[in-house]
Write a protein that binds this ligand. Structure first.
Ligand SMILES: Cc1cc2nc3c(=O)[nH]c(=O)nc-3n(C[C@H](O)[C@H](O)[C@H](O)COP(=O)(O)OP(=O)(O)OC[C@H]3O[C@@H](n4cnc5c(N)ncnc54)[C@H](O)[C@@H]3O)c2cc1C
Length: 432
């Protein structure tokens, strides 16, 4: 059997790993010049840095295992990080004590916020959370004051006009993940490969090549070809290539463009899945913005929703003494911020940075990059399991495994690997 895999992100690599381990021949097609997809990197003075901020949670066992298998176990660090919230000033929200000092909301609401973190851990069955919105669930669990003061700005920041559609399952997962990545002193610990996740992806690629996996980089698949309801291959760079099976790992909307032979009922199901885009401004600064690693922005007038100061997790010395910070915004592609290049985006963000960080001036920023992607966060609405597509598609030998199927968990590199392996397992089972 020869499998054509569309997409060289973590899902595509996870599937190629599992298939090739079981003696199946695979060819991966990636439209970019390098592997990694959303977890891909660029280089700063020869050091890898993710285009979009990345870290691991302690529960991300598949990602840890991959890093160990490629020989970087000693470089995987679990570092204490600070989780903060901005509303007129920076509040630290890493420990229960921080919570008590969180004067952005009243005292009783602080208690309710703390109780929410504990109650989240007791929820074992996610199914009822499919039927209630995040908004209604948070109000039920922690009250209107906590919702309006803390969660509403965050949900609006991340999901914009779709915020009220988000199901409770999504926020429950987020709270569970972050709460679960804490050490014995309740401080959060996050994982990072010293020198960047790009190192692990390079070594993984090397291992996969040695196992016979072929990679076609800069190679965009423009068509999945089918005859009599069965896939025969795909077209990449204007050339037809025959495959016994094709696995699509990019967004369902792209599959709709590539595979016109899919039946209309299935097409309508896929068309219901919405994704948000993301634009990330990466700044190389000559000094630190604050001591926060993760800073959620709860002020709705600020046009970015997260400030992630990477060098408050990693050492600035690893980047020649520079301080690295990401400004993240999830948005629709018709949003004017999505259209902006690096310098205009920095110009637009500067007045807010001046407001947030005492003394900030544009000359602190020595270099700036802007990365953006169209398909970055599936919108998890009510009863999502009813529209979540299975791995098998109605066309024989065409498979779909992508971020939008990572559910009830939330998407991430770990689950991309887990699901990539899972779909490979099903493909192996079906091939007998
Ligand atoms: C801002 C941001 C921050 C994040 N932070 C974290 C984090 O801290 N920790 C974490 O674990 N996860 C994080 N994630 C999520 C994580 O990056 C993703 O869940 C994961 O990388 C998804 O992998 P994937 O392979 O499913 O999809 P993708 O990475 O989207 O891979 C799909 C690939 O398909 C390729 N492709 C698309 N169309 C074609 C075509 N026609 N032909 C050929 N190739 C094609 C794309 O170029 C891409 O490489 C973050 C994501 C974002 C956006």
């Amino acid at each position: 059997m020869h499998v054509g895999i569309i997409g060289g992100g973590m899902t595509g690599l996870g599937a190629a790993d599992e298939l090739s381990r079981n003696g199946i021949r695979c060819t991966v097609f990636e439209k970019d010049s390098a592997l990694g997809g959303l977890a891909g990197s660029f280089q700063i003075d020869g050091v890898y840095l993710e285009k979009f901020y990345h870290h691991l949670f302690t529960s991300d066992t598949a990602a840890k295992e991959m890093i160990e298998r490629v020989g970087l176990a000693d470089d995987l660090q679990w570092l204490p990080t600070s989780n903060c919230y901005y509303l007129n000033r920076i509040y630290r929200l890493s420990t229960p004590l921080d919570l008590l000092r969180f004067t952005a909301v009243g005292f009783m609401d602080r208690i309710r916020l703390g109780a929410l973190a504990l109650r989240v851990r007791t929820v074992k069955d996610w199914r009822p959370l499919e039927q209630i919105t995040a908004r209604d669930w948070l109000i039920q669990m922690a009250g209107e004051g906590v919702y309006r003061g803390v969660w509403e700005p965050l949900l609006r920041g991340k999901f914009g006009r779709y915020a009220d559609e988000v199901a409770a399952v999504w926020i429950w997962n987020k709270l569970k993940l972050r709460g679960g990545s804490r050490g014995s002193k309740q401080e959060e610990r996050l994982g990072y490969v010293r020198g960047g996740f790009g190192r692990a992806i390079d070594l993984w690629e090397k291992q996969l090549r040695e196992r016979g996996v072929a990679f076609h980089l800069n190679s965009e698949v423009s068509r999945v070809q089918a005859e009599n309801g069965s896939v025969t291959g795909l077209v990449a760079d204007g050339q037809f290539l025959a495959f016994d099976s094709v696995l699509m790992t990019a967004a369902p909307e792209i599959l709709l463009q590539l595979a016109p032979d899919l039946p209309s009922e299935y097409r309508q199901q896929l068309a219901k899945i919405k994704y948000l885009a993301n634009t990330c401004l990466v700044m190389r600064l000559d000094r630190s913005l604050s001591d926060a690693y993760w800073l959620n922005v709860g002020d709705p007038s600020i046009p970015f929703t997260g400030v992630i100061e990477h060098t408050n997790m990693q050492r600035p010395e690893d980047y020649g003494g520079a301080h690295i910070a990401y400004l993240s915004r999830y948005l629709d592609t018709d949003d004017p911020y999505y259209q902006m290049n690096a310098e205009p985006l920095l110009d637009a963000y500067c007045p807010y940075l001046e407001r947030m960080f005492r003394g900030f001036s544009r000359d602190w920023v020595k270099q700036v990059w802007r990365w953006r992607e169209r398909y970055t966060q599936p919108l998890i609405g009510l009863n999502y399991s009813r529209i979540k597509p299975p791995f098998e598609t109605p066309l024989n030998h065409l498979w779909l495994c992508c971020m939008a199927q990572v559910y009830p968990e939330d998407r991430g590199t770990n689950y991309a690997i887990v699901y990539g392996r899972k779909v490979a397992g099903e493909m192996l089972r079906m091939s007998g």
